[in-house]
Design a protein around this ligand. Structure first.
Ligand SMILES: *[C@@H]1O[C@H](CO)[C@@H](O)[C@H](O)[C@H]1NC(C)=O
Ligand SMILES: *[C@@H]1O[C@H](CO)[C@@H](O)[C@H](O)[C@H]1NC(C)=O
Length: 303
């Protein structure tokens, strides 16, 4: 506690002795992708004096040695180039209000980083560089689209597709009696909220967007929500069943043929085995053997 007090006193003394400019800016600001962002930079001159000529400088990553993003000047006769932009960077402040904010248009992921602003007034003791101001970037809250779709079971559903980080809350403002709707799916920063629809009804979903409420409407004119699609579905099922039946039929017939062929072969084999059995059952007396062999040999030739 004591140490902190002493530290503050030293800082106060240093500021008081070193310069007549102070800055009090947020440590971080958050911008939205694809939108514009303004990084604030406000300064205070003591004793206060009118701002005539001035230079404004913005760096990224590091003061002085980091990439110079934007630099502009205003002369005592109010001429100068602070109304001009360099790429996506422009002057977003009002010099007479001690505001030298930087404006970045169409924010991209690589804009994330630490920014430093510097003001240079006429006298050299009125030159001052800020601490780092962190720029964070997020997915903006947006209402992407509203649409009506037919599910595989033939129902019509209205879907409101939204994106953002965090995801915006979806409110159905039309029809009036709907409080909430179920989350249909969510992938990353994109989500769909759906409701089954009633015929001849106007649906409006609304979110709290980056620049105030955003709403989209759709009118459901589908008369009977299931009949026509059901017939279509039935036809499809019948066709599928027919196809399946045909395939099964062919397979069955082929199987029958194969089976029949096997049976016939089996029967043929069986009969020969039977013959063999008869042969084996035949009294195998050595005398008779020769006679039998003869008889057997003669049988085929007697055809
Ligand atoms: C304004 O002029 C200065 C000096 O000529 C130059 O360095 C700077 O880039 C200019 N700024 C803009 C915004 O054109
Ligand atoms: C549906 O609601 C929106 C928003 O209130 C309105 O602009 C639109 O005209 C309505 N459409 C029909 C067909 O009622």
């Amino acid at each position: 506690m004591m140490f902190t007090c002493v530290l503050f006193f030293i800082i106060y003394c240093l500021v008081g002795v070193d310069g007549a400019i102070e800055m009090d800016n947020p440590a971080s600001v958050t911008g939205s992708l694809r939108k514009n962002v303004t990084i604030p930079c406000n300064f205070k001159v003591t004793p206060d004096q009118p701002i005539n000529s001035a230079n404004v400088i913005w760096w990224k990553d590091q003061a002085y040695s980091g990439p110079l993003l934007y630099r502009c000047g205003r002369n005592a006769d109010l001429s100068g180039n602070c109304t001009e932009s360099i790429g996506r960077y422009s002057f977003g402040g009002i010099l007479t209000e001690r505001n030298i904010a930087l404006r970045i248009s169409n924010v991209i992921h690589s804009d994330v980083g630490v920014y430093f602003c510097r003001i240079e007034l006429e006298e050299k003791e009125n030159w001052f560089t800020s601490n780092g101001i962190m720029l964070k970037v997020k997915e903006p809250r947006e209402l992407q689209r509203i649409y009506i779709q037919t599910t595989v079971t033939g129902e019509h559903w209205v879907t409101c597709e939204v994106s953002g980080e965090p995801l915006p809350t979806v409110k159905w403002t039309q029809p009036e009696n709907i409080k909430t709707s179920q989350l249909f799916f969510q992938t990353g920063f994109l989500a769909s909220y759906s409701l089954p629809v009633s015929p001849n009804t106007n649906y409006t979903c609304q979110i709290d967007g980056e620049n105030g409420p955003e709403a989209q409407s759709i009118y459901n004119s589908h008369q009977e929500s299931t009949h026509s699609t059901c017939v279509c579905q039935d036809d499809m099922y019948l066709a599928m069943l027919g196809g399946l039946g045909a395939v099964l039929g062919i397979v069955l017939i082929v199987n029958l043929f194969v089976l029949a062929h096997c049976c016939r072969r089996a029967a043929a084999t069986n009969s020969s085995e039977n013959a063999d059995n008869i042969y084996h059952n035949f009294p195998r007396i050595t005398d008779l053997d020769g006679i039998y062999m003869n008889a057997r040999k003669t049988t085929p030739t007697s055809k």
